[in-house]
Design a protein around this ligand. Structure first.
Ligand SMILES: [Zn+2]
Length: 216
């Protein structure tokens, strides 16, 4: 049954950092998940309403405040489970109030994920199944969500069009980030379109040809 269901998505830049929050949904059931609700919850909720989807879950790529800052409030208000990131980001979740001061955001509430994610896990919205890959380097607990069927990957701050994630934060690791990109993103295929945490979409093939940080 899952092979027939199509995955749709809409991306909404949120927070002063213009973080790409994405709403993903199953065409068959209209059940939806929101990936990285960093803030601007009224904008996200207006988009959910305009799309006519049934928001069921929150999925997190990592716990930086511009990606995860709105999580606790949205989860509480709508009774949603919080799925991800990986346990490696616990210290970033614990530090959400401190991150607010560090990045000039309003303090965000910490939260307890309903489910931590690990490499090789899957997540499901309606009849659409996405694969989870653990891609540490930008943060230790960073994960990405990949739909082979839709040829889309939601990669947070691992890779951008023409750039890569910062690794100068606590527990960042540049070599690990490069390995995550080459060993876990490239095998998804050159034609796969990725939705980065900031800026425009691109394909893995384009980045393998032209990205100065990780080209072949
Ligand atoms: Zn980040």
């Amino acid at each position: 049954m899952t092979s027939a269901a199509r995955l749709h998505y809409q991306t909404i830049p949120v927070t002063p950092f213009q973080q790409n929050c994405s709403i993903v949904w199953c065409e068959q059931t209209m059940e939806a998940a929101v990936i990285d609700p960093g803030g601007d919850l009224p904008r996200i909720e207006a988009a959910v309403q305009a799309l006519g989807v049934d928001l069921r879950q929150i999925w997190l790529t990592h716990a930086h405040i511009d990606h995860a800052g709105g999580t606790a409030e949205l989860a509480r208000r709508r009774g949603l489970p919080i799925v991800g990131p990986n346990e490696g980001d616990q210290f970033w979740i614990d530090g959400l109030a401190e991150q607010g001061r560090m990045f000039g955001f309003a303090a965000a509430e910490p939260f307890v994920p309903t489910r931590w994610l690990h490499d090789g896990d899957t997540v499901q919205v309606g009849q659409c199944v996405l694969n989870v890959r653990h891609c540490p380097g930008h943060t230790p607990g960073h994960v990405v969500f990949h739909s082979p069927q839709a040829e889309r990957a939601f990669v947070g701050d691992v890779l951008f069009a023409g750039s890569i994630g910062r690794t100068d934060f606590p527990r960042g690791n540049h070599a690990q980030l490069l390995a995550s990109i080459r060993e876990r993103l490239w095998p998804m295929g050159d034609e796969t379109v990725f939705i980065p945490g900031h800026g425009p979409e691109s394909t893995f093939g384009e980045e393998r040809r032209h990205n100065p940080f990780v080209h072949d």
